[in-house]
Design a protein. Sequence first.
Lengths: 334, 334, 331, 331
Amino acid sequence: MSGAPAAPRNATTTYREAVRVAIREALLADERTFLMGEDVGHYGGCYAVSKGLLAEFGPERIRDTPLSESAFVGAGIGAALGGMRPIVEIMTVNFSLLALDQIVNTAATLLHMSGGQFNVPLVIRMATGAGRQLAAQHSHSLEGWYAHVPGLKVLAPATLEDARGMLATALADPNPVLIFEHVMLYNMEGELPADAGAVEIGKAAIRRPGRDVTLIAYGGTLHKTLAAAETLAAEGVEAEVIDLRSLRPLDTATIAASVGRTRRAVVVDEGWRTGSLAAEVSAQIMEQAFWSLDAPVGRVCSAEVPIPYPSHLEQAALPQPEAIAAAARATLAG
Amino acid sequence: MSGAPAAPRNATTTYREAVRVAIREALLADERTFLMGEDVGHYGGCYAVSKGLLAEFGPERIRDTPLSESAFVGAGIGAALGGMRPIVEIMTVNFSLLALDQIVNTAATLLHMSGGQFNVPLVIRMATGAGRQLAAQHSHSLEGWYAHVPGLKVLAPATLEDARGMLATALADPNPVLIFEHVMLYNMEGELPADAGAVEIGKAAIRRPGRDVTLIAYGGTLHKTLAAAETLAAEGVEAEVIDLRSLRPLDTATIAASVGRTRRAVVVDEGWRTGSLAAEVSAQIMEQAFWSLDAPVGRVCSAEVPIPYPSHLEQAALPQPEAIAAAARATLAG
Amino acid sequence: MTGATAKKPQLTRPHLATLLRQMLRIRRFEERCAELYQQEKIRGFLHLYIGQEAVAVGVMQALAPDDAVVATYREHGHAIARGLAMPAVMAEMYGKQEGCSRGRGGSMHIFDAATRFYGGNAIVGGGLPLAVGLALADKMQGRPGVTACFFGEGAVAEGEFHESLNLAALWQLPVLFVCENNLYAMGTALRLSESETDIHRKAEGYRMPSEVVDGMDVVAVEATAQRAAAAIRAGQGPQFLECRTYRFRAHSLFDPELYRDKAEVEAWKQHGPILRFGNWLTENELLHEAEVRAIEDEVAAEVEAAVAFAEAGSWEPVEDLTKHVLLESGA
Amino acid sequence: MTGATAKKPQLTRPHLATLLRQMLRIRRFEERCAELYQQEKIRGFLHLYIGQEAVAVGVMQALAPDDAVVATYREHGHAIARGLAMPAVMAEMYGKQEGCSRGRGGSMHIFDAATRFYGGNAIVGGGLPLAVGLALADKMQGRPGVTACFFGEGAVAEGEFHESLNLAALWQLPVLFVCENNLYAMGTALRLSESETDIHRKAEGYRMPSEVVDGMDVVAVEATAQRAAAAIRAGQGPQFLECRTYRFRAHSLFDPELYRDKAEVEAWKQHGPILRFGNWLTENELLHEAEVRAIEDEVAAEVEAAVAFAEAGSWEPVEDLTKHVLLESGA
Ligand SMILES: Cc1ncc(C[n+]2csc(CCOP(=O)(O)OP(=O)(O)O)c2C)c(N)n1
Ligand SMILES: Cc1ncc(C[n+]2csc(CCOP(=O)(O)OP(=O)(O)O)c2C)c(N)n1
Ligand SMILES: [Mg+2]
Ligand SMILES: [Mg+2]
């Protein structure tokens, strides 16, 4: 979030609050928009994102659903077809598997199967990631799977600006857009200009310029990667840090241009290593920047194990700044 | 299937028949084994694989299920825990999304979450792939997703030997094993030794040796890749063709050794390009054989579109021998 | 479903002729499709509706133009009864770009914005949540529409059936659930798939009113659907219809039909919806043989025109392969 | 559930003392867990069972050692009532390798092969298919076992509930489905999640016998569970129990409880299963105050011993991180 141009009045806020303000603004801006999901209303959102919105907008527009992931996601698709602009919240990516059929076989395919007649202007938000000791069934990072599917757009806001600004752009998009919010970011504090608003959603962002190595991350791992860059800077290594922001489409042009300058890259991803989104990024660099590379592209991903409950094991399973820095050093040694 | 050592008596058979014989043998060998799934019994299997088995083994062991993918896959997991050795058939990978939660959150995690107490000796078979003009909801190749999940083993028999031999080994494995049978292979004919039986399931196979470029494929794309190799041979290019066989774990040693010799590689995969299993293979080559590479690793995957119904568009969306050969030539030009 | 003033089916001669004509249009269209499949003009899966025509035709009588329809992979009948142009449907079967889905979908994915025909879904049970959402949109926007959602009895076992019925009933959404109980899901007989084979009783578990009707009797289906639709329009929430019917042909053209007796099929054919209704019409002199023949002739001509249209259609250029994946923003 | 000869709950003093003791073991264990959570000894989600103890304790009385149990993320009570050693459960809460799941699972993933305790499932509804499969294995192998499957009323909305009940009823499998209706799923009240709030009536749609019981009355729960288990053992197929109960604490320790009144909670506490049963025992002189105090003391000592065990436990070495992912072949 450094490097933002001087803005009118800044206010200290959190990622959670930024998402909440974005939802509220969307509800105020378009009466076709409503929020639907488990415990978004009376409970206030499982991560307290929608707290207070029920009182302001009522139960029609802040719509608590039964525990029926497939049906309420499908109902969101149908409501979008019927002229609404729904925001469907799936509590976490872990439960999204129960709705995956609707997302892959209906939301992503309808426009195509209908020969261009039926687009699905739907936004699905969900929390993702590990770090809260919630163990094997509640710690997945499966956004990479969604990034595999033609017909979807997939976003991963990692900053307050993006948490605040991606939703409006996603809602304006005529296609189904998925937004992944990393659970460890909700409490992140920072400054946001008072007039913060919609942001572009197709491009990666260089969060830290550097000349020696390109570190590519998104969502929850961005901040670990920026921390690794600080460590490296202290050693005299200037890392460029790219925040993917959009996981589908991938902004491979920004990546290739950066690697063209630095000639080295490490991809960081909280998904399990094998079949991770990081693999795709590595393969893209292979295809688009092979002749620029001075060393093999490294990957820092989660260990190939269901996430264990105890903190020391959970942390050992996840990408950490030290491992990222080490992978960067390895590309420089090569 | 060339290069097999001279066997006692060979018999002409099909891939479908090889799978059927393997199932029958498993049912005869172990009374804990049963086959369960939609239309495996009275209908005879949607691809006619289990035809005749109901008459031989009865409805307890050739168990037709209601259309309840999540419940009968979960029931398979439970039955495995309870001492059975079930073979669960999900008609096609397209419907497996409805059971994905059970596979990812239960089958794959139980051993770990229980601290090693509860393993799940379950085999899940399903058909995968496109080519039959079944359009956007019935043509997925999502085996790469399963290959992402720790706790699972994932197989893709591409030959008659493997169709015949992988099941027994999978059933003997104490872990959940998924077997993906490509729909276009069921009618494939060939010879099989009369004494064909169990095969090893952890290693890739070199289906065609060659020195100039390594072509890596699996399942339905293996035969297209072998066809491409023939084309290339006519041009004087000797391609080595690797059949992955096991998608999880990946036998990266065989791949790296081959690429170490040929210094060039192309990965072929019927999944959509972005986030494909081919990306993982490419990234692994990057990591394990970068310094051997004389050209960037190529990928030939499906186009980023839900599979269209008309044949000309469907074929254009899928990997084809000519595109594979072209990608191989590109690595040689580089 | 009582209390609401249902539009009474009008047993006028023109209306009866319409019912017969609609059923015949579906029947002859599909018989031609079966031939075209043998000729490899149509490919992929082809699921024929033959035997079940009274359901789609009867139910559609209760729908207004602004209502919506969600169907399955066995949906040619629904599409035609709903008013899609037969040539566009036939061109879709061929995969030609003049097809109602530009040829991208084929037999299982018939779509049409003009008639609010939302497919054409090849995932069993997959259409139910969609129907719930369409009805939710109508309700939230204060529109009077009804969404009719067709599915087979096999779909009843899917979790999405349960979730969708509950959601519709809980939120009192204007959905007309129409279960076409043809006794088989591919080769699986109902008694092998449901512990409660009396399907319409399932609706009770959601406090949803339901009725069972002879799905081979087009007049009965229409009457019941009119009642149900009226109840929905009167704000009485979703309604459930179980239509007892039978498919005369194989599940798809790959099906060897090992799971049922020829005799059973023949017995049902004696109750065929067209046969029975046609006989009743002529026996009661509501329609003359000559009028029936005239309808048959018109339908035959319509089918042949549809085939000619499809034959004359064009293939979408391969260069357009990756079109229709995302809609450009602002569209 | 009639007809089968149910084991009548024996209202002997020792048995009544056992019921009380079991409920107290759960209550005191969990009260201690809540403290330990504040001290950050326990992390992740902690879902307390406090208020619902009569259900687990009552139902477990009907189970034999060879029976199986499937529970949810709110399963400490079930684990303790089933007979898992309290120290191993507490060590699991800490994440120590002496825990019943080697510490890998934590609060939501209690497992134990010795007592056939199959978790500990954090996916709402996810345990139901598993229970069906365990029962299928018993039936196919001719074993007499019953599989008890516990879940909340929130899980009833999930597709897996529907699919599992149908499968169990269709195949007449020995499953005892126990729905713990505590009126809320996180913050969602039952009336906001089900169109039919009379949960046990849902079983009718599957032709599955069901009963509703006061889940705050341990004797009533036991009696009903004994009847149901006897029916299952007599080959009458799966049975369904709805236990009406209430959770006294927040959903998890993150829950600000915005969705219900303090007064409602207090009113339910007056019917608390331990309070009520304890009073009844002493008022009817089935147990003396001194006996109750002795039980309390024993339980307190057991809980402290469990804490001490957990405290003294060890962390699994980081080098073992990727263990327990696959079992080596031949094992
Ligand atoms: C989720 C899913 N599972 C399986 C299939 C394969 N399949 C296609 S149609 C069918 C039978 C459906 O039966 P029913 O719902 O009764 O409809 P009918 O075909 O009788 O019209 C099956 C099993 C599918 N398309 N989708
Ligand atoms: C599939 C799924 N969706 C959502 C959640 C989040 N969640 C955990 S517990 C819970 C409420 C479940 O309520 P109920 O079944 O009544 O059980 P209770 O917590 O009352 O014991 C929810 C929504 C989850 N764990 N799994
Ligand atoms: Mg049917
Ligand atoms: Mg509850």
